[in-house]
Design a binder for this molecule. Structure first.
Ligand code: ASP
Ligand code: MG
Length: 306
């Protein structure tokens, strides 16, 4: 089994989603597809949260734009016979669930900080719920899952962390022994293990969701599908002579992520490194490119020097 995570740009356009479908359909093993929100959508949801908190109802005008963004994609990538049901899901999530969470913030001056935080998390989590609904409607015979049912968080002195014991138990219950070939779930979104209230793994956290699943289910590989060919030795936008790194160790990848390389969310590396699961960074827009492999270095190949 492999876990394939598709980021915001990989699910953010018709062209990208067509490529996602081909990539998933070309696999021969069991896969868990983990998706981010459509590119830009989480930022919009954060902005809507800000407006609602300030009792500025101009967020209401942003709801139809959100429906339209998802509708245009559904019309292009979802089989015709499923478009109606997929659109009903999108409409319900935006016009009922999202709209009422925003309304709660907008109408209340005196929300306790925990309530306001819970409302904000519930609002931003809609991005992944919507994108995963589209991807699940697009992929024939896949099984959709709801990540907050099995990715659980708790709070320690430093803030929110993954509740590993609870998450491990729930992930095994959700996936172990299920032979469905293609599973689809959301990155980023979770729930508090005690209260069940929606939480998130932090901005960029979809990679982490995928790593958690790969580690607990002992996946043969974690694939991070993004919009660049892999890791480079220098920032390729600023340095035209930057070279793609075909492989690197977990330590090298961790160091680059910690230094601000935007390719992978930093907490992603540790869970897969502990279990020696290889990570591939691949380009949805150039799937034939070899990408970067992170992991134990095969003995017959050369290690990149530090
Ligand atoms: N959609 C979330 C974000 O924009 C999570 C992710 O994309 O990894 O931060
Ligand atoms: Mg990302």
């Amino acid at each position: 089994m492999r876990v394939m995570k598709f980021g915001g740009t990989s699910v953010g356009s018709v062209e990208a989603l067509r490529s996602v479908k081909q990539i998933v359909e070309a696999t021969t093993t069991q896969v868990i597809v983990v998706v981010s929100a459509l590119s830009g959508v989480t930022n919009r949801l954060v902005e809507m949260t800000r407006l609602a908190t300030a009792h500025d109802t101009s967020y209401e005008a942003m709801l139809p734009e959100l429906v339209e963004r998802h509708r245009a994609i559904i019309e292009a990538v979802v089989p015709r016979e499923s478009q109606g049901s997929c659109m009903r899901v999108v409409n319900t999530f935006i016009n009922e669930s999202l709209s009422s969470s925003l309304g709660l913030l907008a109408a209340n001056d005196t929300l306790a900080p925990e309530m306001a935080e819970a409302a904000a998390d519930a609002i931003v989590s809609h991005g992944e719920v919507l994108s995963s609904a589209i991807v699940a409607c697009m992929l024939p015979r896949c099984k959709p899952h709801f990540a907050p049912a099995f990715i659980h968080t708790t709070d320690d002195a430093e803030g929110r962390i993954v509740d590993w014991a609870d998450t491990e138990r729930l992930v095994l219950k959700e996936f172990k022994g299920d032979l469905t070939r293609v599973h689809v779930t959301q990155g980023f979104i979770a729930a508090d293990s005690r209260s069940g209230v929606k939480t998130t793994l932090g901005r960029g956290g979809s990679d982490y969701t995928a790593a958690i699943l790969a580690a607990i289910l002992d996946a043969e590989a974690l694939e991070i599908w993004t919009d660049v060919d892999g890791f480079y030795d220098k920032d390729p936008r600023a340095n035209p002579d930057a070279k793609l790194l075909p492989q690197m160790t977990y330590e090298q990848a961790q160091a680059l992520c910690d230094a601000g390389a935007k390719v992978i969310y930093p907490p992603t590396i540790a869970p897969v490194a502990q279990r020696g699961i290889p990570v591939w960074v691949k380009n949805t827009f150039n799937p034939g490119a070899p990408g970067t492999r992170i992991g134990p270095i095969p003995s017959d190949s050369q290690v990149i020097s530090d």
